[in-house]
Write a protein that binds this ligand. Structure first.
Ligand code: ADP
Ligand code: ZN
Length: 596
């Protein structure tokens, strides 16, 4: 019988294994339960396809997407390996053919969905087959800690009971240490051998830049990278459509791809992209699964992804040919706030809400870090990066200017200490800058000795510093839905005078005063509307006998004034507007926006 290496050459034409493939295949062939974590493009499929040949009999492959199964089956059949997918789209002739090849033992790999493989009729057929290996692809779907939880994956635990002697291999590209543990537990893997490949994609450069005018940025960038293939990930179908249109108008070969398009249009875009007739696809997350285009030179996130898992997976579609490629994220705090409010209104259960918010926090920490992005990303996946400077991310190649900001850091830490309890970043800044906001008065914070002692610096400056003080461990952040800031032991040492703090050097230029409307960052029209919305809010608050901010915070009104939503859906996208407030106050505010 051929060795694994000979099979690799004979059926796949590859001369060498990729890192860990040989070890993983060896573990499977030795009959172990195996957990294989390899980055996208690491060559996971081979880790069960090759053993399937070697073991003979039948290898059952559980895969979440019918489209992916089809591609794999076609690919295997082209290589002369008997494989089939069993799903609802089969007609009776196909099904009879598959059943025949199952009976006579000629089929090596059978792909099924997780729902299908626990159905009684299917299991009955399977019971008559010599099942030698069960492979569970995209295994992170089994874990609520993963970014793609699919409850039907939970039923796969039954397979272990039905086939107690058949080894299992679980495979995924993205798994934090919690998810790994969860996969092993949920599937009932026994003494599983775990193989975790490196997540470091050395050929990818990471960059985060402030999102100001995305279309201008994108046109400039694509103009400088003409004819290169790239993907722009967008938050919504609307955004994908608008950006694609904007780029097309400027003469770029761009197309939109999202779930709102008919399947034929989606296939056409995908084909055009693969063929090189379209350079840039502006897509929602619906795009990319199973697309094996090796020369994608850039992936740009026009909006913030919800999790680092998603970010890693999406950026992972760049540079599969191992050539230098760029990953750029356009970041705005507004996007982060909007996502936080989406998630909070997603009617997730308690734990899931907590997980989702914690993941978003990790995503924003990645964007706001002044340290190495690669470091941050790899640490999230439980991998230590050996050097401080990766040389290939924005913060490493042009580190922010750091300066001894001990006095400012003590001011902030002192304020955190003086607060009567834990509060969020914004309120701490309000106290430092002497804001006359409602909350400040409500909590009596204007009576604190620190109140108004930090007018010298802007809000943005404090936000940067507080995030950095958290990163360096002087402050800590806790709470998911409403994160609050506390002082750590290290922070107390800073206050005691035992430690000093290096922070991003303060921005220069005049500081705007706290409560003057000029600070709204709005243009004149929007500022007028903002002031009118404030009046409206005051009027309603007066009638209802509540504080104005309980109706909508300033932040929401500013966003409304800036983006002028025209309908309920638009209003719902504003920070602080949930279904309840939408029903209660939506009509009057929409009316005011329309009139304004
Ligand atoms: P993953 O599922 O981990 O993202 P795939 O199994 O789709 O990765 O493999 C990614 C690409 O790498 C495929 O084009 C595959 O043919 C190729 N590949 C896999 N193993 C090897 C190898 N040992 N040598 C060369 N190419 C390989
Ligand atoms: Zn770096």
């Amino acid at each position: 019988m051929d060795t694994a290496k000979e099979l690799l050459q004979k059926y796949w034409g590859h001369t060498a294994f990729r890192p860990l493939q040989q070890e993983i295949i060896g573990s499977v062939l030795a009959g172990n339960d195996t957990l294989a974590i390899l980055a996208t493009g690491g060559g996971k499929s081979l880790c069960y396809q090759l053993p399937a040949l070697r073991l003979g009999g039948l290898t059952l492959v559980i895969s979440p997407l019918i489209a992916l199964m089809k591609d794999q089956v076609d690919d295997l059949n082209r290589r002369g390996i008997p494989a089939a997918a069993w799903n609802s789209s089969l007609d009776s002739r196909d099904r009879a053919r598959i059943e025949g090849s199952l009976r006579d033992g000629t089929l090596r790999l059978l792909f099924v969905s997780p729902e299908r493989c626990v159905q009684a009729a299917f299991l009955k057929t399977l019971a008559t087959c010599p099942v030698r290996l069960i492979a569970i692809d995209e295994a992170h779907c089994i874990s609520a800690w993963g970014h793609n939880f699919r409850p039907e994956y939970r039923q796969l635990a039954q397979l272990r009971k039905i086939f107690p002697d058949v080894p299992l291999i679980a495979l995924t590209a993205t798994a934090t240490p919690e998810v790994r543990k969860d996969i092993v537990q949920q599937l009932g893997l026994l003494r599983a051998k775990e193989f975790v490949g490196s997540f470091n994609r050395t050929n990818l450069q990471y960059r985060v830049t402030e999102k100001k005018n995305p279309l201008v940025f994108l046109s400039n960038y694509i103009g400088q990278h003409r004819t290169q293939a790239g993907i722009i990930y967008c938050l919504s179908r609307n955004e994908a459509g608008e950006i694609a249109l904007g780029l097309k108008k400027k003469g770029f070969r761009a197309a939109a791809y999202h779930a709102g398009l008919p399947p034929s249009a989606r296939v056409a875009v995908q084909d055009a992209f693969l063929k090189g007739d379209v350079d840039v696809v502006c897509a929602t997350v619906a795009f990319g699964m199973g697309i094996d285009k090796p020369d994608v030179r850039f992936v740009i996130h026009a909006s913030l992804p919800r999790t680092l898992e998603a970010y890693y997976q999406e950026t992972g579609r760049a540079g599969r040919d191992c050539q230098y490629s760029e990953c750029i994220l356009l970041y705005s705090k507004g996007d982060a706030a909007r996502l936080r409010s989406f998630i909070s209104h997603d009617s997730l259960s308690g734990t899931n809400l907590k997980i989702a918010l914690a993941k978003l926090q990790a995503m924003t920490d990645f964007c706001e870090t002044t340290g190495c992005r690669r470091h941050n990303l790899l640490r999230y996946f439980g991998e230590a990066y050996p050097a401080d400077n990766c040389g290939s991310c924005d913060t490493c190649s042009s580190p922010p200017d750091m300066a001894d900001c001990t006095a400012a850091a003590r001011l902030v830490a002192g304020c955190v200490q003086a607060m009567p309890g834990r509060f969020g970043t914004e309120l701490i800044i309000d106290v430092l800058r002497g804001s006359k906001g409602e909350k400040v008065r409500q909590y009596g914070l204007d009576g604190l000795a620190v109140y108004g002692t930090g007018k010298k610096y802007s809000k943005g400056q404090y936000r940067t510093w507080i995030a950095e003080l958290v990163r360096q461990g002087f402050l800590e952040r806790s709470g998911d839905q409403y994160p609050v800031i506390g002082l750590t032991g290290k922070g107390r040492e800073l206050l005691n005078g035992r430690l000093r703090a290096m922070l991003p050097a303060p921005e220069t230029g005049p500081v705007k005063d706290a409560d003057v409307p000029a600070d709204t960052g709005l243009n004149n029209d929007a500022r007028d509307l903002f002031l009118r919305l404030k009046d409206l809010r005051k009027e309603i608050a007066g009638k209802q006998g509540v504080q104005p901010y309980m109706i909508f915070p300033d932040r929401s009104l500013k966003e409304m004034a800036a983006s002028r939503p025209g309908d309920r859906e638009g209003l719902l996208a504003i920070t602080g507007v949930g279904p309840f407030k939408l029903a209660r106050y939506g009509p009057v505010f929409l009316e005011a926006i329309r009139a304004g």
